[in-house]
Design a protein around this ligand. Structure first.
Ligand code: ZN
Length: 293
């Protein structure tokens, strides 16, 4: 079986109420990324943050994060596109990645494409109420085609994201049309907690994705669980030949002693080795995904 690609999802927009080890500043992000790399991660996914943890909307902050990550380790860099307004124009949403790609020191490796649209209101089940009722994460086919062209044009690897089977079908159509090249990388976003848009973070939720997936050697898949812990799914994913994306951005892991991102990555890497599956380095990941540089 191919080596396991571990991605550290280090922060998203997580705060520090439960686990204070969420990195926010560029320096913290770079140090955390290097620690995760040392623990077995091949990819780091980050969101730029202000010093107080608020989302950063500055392309330069993304550039600073990437140059610091690059200086500290060889981990592959996967920034979010989600730092601009949800209703911004497609060109604006992908623009920072395209401009950063022109500068070797600030160049990302991946750029994400969420392959469909969905409600992303948060539902507080304990209180029985929605916190918002009108948040739509909108990614039209035209927007996604623009992203595919812009990302390929910038020489970056598209990172396909599926929240449910409809997103996966859209991703497969893009592969069929060769709007996205094989080998492709596809992340299944399971959602526990307050976001209802994904399949639940259960074996059944994951199986619903996998049952829909064609047997295609040109399609590598990974799994995260936004809003919930994922250690309970790690053995299943490793055995099924998938890859793993995990970190404090998705969940605080308070019930597991509030580990750091690197401690979480080390746990996954140890589990993989115990189950007879080696862990991929960044360079091996580049080769598996046919990334140019
Ligand atoms: Zn993210």
């Amino acid at each position: 079986m191919e080596k396991l690609i571990i991605e550290a999802r280090i922060n998203e927009y997580a705060m520090r109420e439960v686990n204070a080890k969420v990195p926010w500043t560029p320096a913290e992000i770079a140090r955390d990324a290097a620690d995760c790399r040392a623990a077995g991660a091949a990819i780091v996914h980050f969101h730029a943050r202000e010093d107080n943890g608020a989302p950063s909307h500055q392309a330069d902050t993304y550039g600073e994060c990437i140059s610091r990550i690059r200086a500290a380790s060889d981990v592959l860099v996967h920034p979010t596109l989600g730092f601009v307004a949800l209703d911004a124009a497609p060109k604006e949403r992908v623009g920072h990645v395209v401009s950063l790609a022109k500068d070797a020191a600030r160049r990302p490796d991946f750029a994400p494409m969420d392959m469909g649209s969905t409600n992303i209101d948060r539902y507080d089940a304990a209180k029985g109420r929605f916190r918002t009722t009108d948040l739509i994460y909108k990614n039209s086919t035209a927007t996604l085609r623009h992203f595919a062209q812009a990302i390929a044009g910038a020489g970056l690897k598209p990172y396909l994201v599926s929240w449910n089977i409809g997103f996966t079908r859209q991703a497969l159509a893009f592969l069929e049309l060769e709007w996205v090249a094989r080998p492709a990388f596809l992340l299944f976003v399971l959602t526990d907690g307050e976001v209802l848009a994904g399949h639940p973070g259960t074996p059944e939720g994951l199986d619903a994705h996998l049952n829909q997936l064609p047997d295609d050697p040109g399609l590598h898949w990974s799994v995260c669980n936004f809003g919930g812990e994922m250690l309970g799914l790690v053995d299943k994913i490793i055995a099924a030949g998938g890859h793993i994306a995990i970190g404090l951005g998705d969940h605080h892991y308070g019930a597991f002693g509030c580990p750091s991102n690197a401690e979480l990555i080390a746990r996954v890497a140890a589990r993989a080795r115990a189950l007879g599956r080696d862990v991929a380095t960044p360079q091996e990941t580049r080769e598996m995904l046919a990334m140019d540089r």
